[in-house]
Design a protein around this ligand. Structure first.
Ligand SMILES: Cc1cc2nc3c(=O)[nH]c(=O)nc-3n(C[C@H](O)[C@H](O)[C@H](O)COP(=O)(O)OP(=O)(O)OC[C@H]3O[C@@H](n4cnc5c(N)ncnc54)[C@H](O)[C@@H]3O)c2cc1C
Length: 453
């Protein structure tokens, strides 16, 4: 099939058997994490001197062990393991990672203070002398350096600080967490928390090996294997107007990726200027055996350079990621909502979601008529499927663009029984969610993804 025919045909659906990849539900992951935390607390209680209920050593043991355990959970959550990405979703994983990261920083601080205070009380020496002695414990100097590194990474990840940094700078500094973990590991293993418990030390090491193994497998080896197996290259670039361009990628055996409409990949274009950073972009058309399409809005240096990539450029793709697929559906009909360039995954879902056209609606919010992407394709799909297509264009202050429970109910028949997929800016997503809940839609029927990191 020629690429022209591919574009004209409305992007024939891939033969890939959808949903064959394994996935775990958010509840399963949370239960597993909580069970592990319970075991860690039990271990701390075993190690603590009596009385068990509250004492400084118990606080030091519990916070230290929980922080060490939490680190492995954080690493595993961000390993990009397909079962997690598909079942939990990249958005939610990133939120959990942020919350977990903050909890770990707090635990590390509590651990440091409680351990020093416990030593000072136990040895009947002043706190400064206890600090000096504690630093002579096994692996403590390296662990202190690791702690300082953890705290620095925590600082640069705070929303206000992170906003001021370039994504690449933030990402590079964030990777220093791995060094911090390595620096702290010998203290965890040989320090008072695990000393004298060889079986637990082995189990602890295996836990770390497992989570770092996941990272190696899915963040490093998987994209390289995909490059070799699928040989993805830029086929051609199409200017879509409104500052966006579609990149058509050609490759081999693409059905083996088991990608689905609604998902995204992290793309690394192997040119001299772009190879260092990978950017997440959703599939803007259903995947095909030989072709994939993404549509990129130029908003910064990276995306501007991507618009200029030459045909033949090799592409490293990691994925597919994202849980906004057909698997998520619970209700009878579907309302897809795309805001701005958030239309990309919705465009693909609009074509392929297996629901009768009469219960399928796409609502597309854009700031100006010139910003609307894929107008012809969307109208063609709507006509072919008998689906409803709504454009809301122009200023938010225009009453015709108001998003309220009433306006949504008027526009979309049978709203409460539908699943709603949203991909839009955080502000628009929040307004939509509030209106949908007010319209009586259960939260579990609302599925969303933001183009945010
Ligand atoms: C799951 C997901 C799917 C996305 N799908 C699309 C899509 O289909 N089409 C589209 O046009 N955009 C999409 N985006 C947004 C797109 O990834 C960013 O706009 C792009 O990476 C910006 O790169 P830049 O170097 O031009 O921008 P910069 O000027 O460097 O940064 C602008 C902003 O983009 C974000 N950003 C920059 N680099 C990255 C990165 N490597 N990873 C994550 N965020 C980054 C940061 O929030 C930053 O503040 C998606 C984002 C996510 C998270």
């Amino acid at each position: 099939m020629s690429t022209k025919a591919y574009r004209r045909s409305g992007f024939a659906r891939s033969d890939a058997p959808a949903g064959t990849a394994m996935s775990v539900s958010p509840a399963m992951v949370l239960w597993l994490v909580m069970a592990g935390a319970g075991a860690v607390v039990a271990l701390a209680v075993i190690k603590a001197p009596l009385p068990v209920f509250f004492n400084l050593p118990l606080l030091a043991h519990t916070s230290g062990l929980l922080a060490g355990y939490g680190v492995t959970v954080m690493v595993a959550l961000m390993s990009r393991a397909p079962a997690l990405e598909r079942g939990v979703g990249a958005d939610r994983l990133a939120r959990w990672h942020g919350l977990g990261g903050r909890a770990i920083f707090a635990l590390i601080l509590i651990h440091g203070v409680a351990a020093t205070a416990a030593w000072s009380t136990g040895q009947r020496i002043p706190i400064w002398a206890a600090t000096v002695e504690v630093l002579h414990m096994p692996g403590l100097v390296a662990a202190t350096a690791g702690t300082l590194l953890f705290l620095s990474v925590g600082y640069i990840s705070a929303r206000n600080v992170r906003r001021k940094l370039k994504y690449e700078t933030w990402h590079f500094l964030h990777l220093l967490t791995y060094l911090a973990i390595a620096l702290s590991f010998s203290h965890e293993l040989a320090g008072p928390d695990l000393a004298g418990l060889p079986l637990v030390q082995v189990a602890w090491s295996l836990l770390y090996t497992f989570s770092f193994g996941l990272v190696l497998r899915y963040r490093v080896l998987a994209p390289l294997t995909q490059l070799w197996r699928h040989g993805l290259r830029v086929d051609h670039v199409i200017n879509e107007g409104g500052g966006a361009a579609s990149i058509i990628l050609r490759g081999r055996h693409l059905h083996e990726l088991h990608a689905e409409s609604g998902q995204f990949f992290r793309w690394r274009f192997l040119t001299e200027t772009l190879w260092r950073s990978s950017h997440p972009f959703s599939l803007s058309a259903p995947p095909h055996e030989q072709f994939l399409r993404i549509t990129v809005k130029a908003i910064g240096d990276g995306t501007r350079l991507i618009h200029a990539v030459k045909p033949g450029t090799r592409v490293l793709a990691a994925g597919p990621y994202g849980a906004m697929t057909n698997d998520r559906r619970l209700g009878r009909g579907v309302l897809l909502i795309g805001g701005g360039v958030g239309i990309t995954p919705m465009r693909a879902l609009f074509e392929t979601l297996p629901v009768p056209g009469s219960t399928l609606t796409l609502l597309y919010r854009s700031s100006a008529p010139g910003e609307i992407l894929f107008r012809d394709e969307l109208e063609h799909i709507a006509q072919r499927r008998g689906a409803q297509l709504i454009f809301l264009t122009g200023r938010s202050s225009d009453p015709r663009n108001a998003i309220t429970a009433q306006s949504l109910q008027q526009m979309v028949p049978g709203l409460a029984s539908r699943d709603v997929y949203i991909c839009a800016s955080p502000r628009f997503s929040a307004a939509l969610t509030a209106a949908l809940i007010q319209a009586g839609l259960p939260r579990r029927q609302i599925h969303q993804e933001e183009f945010n990191f």
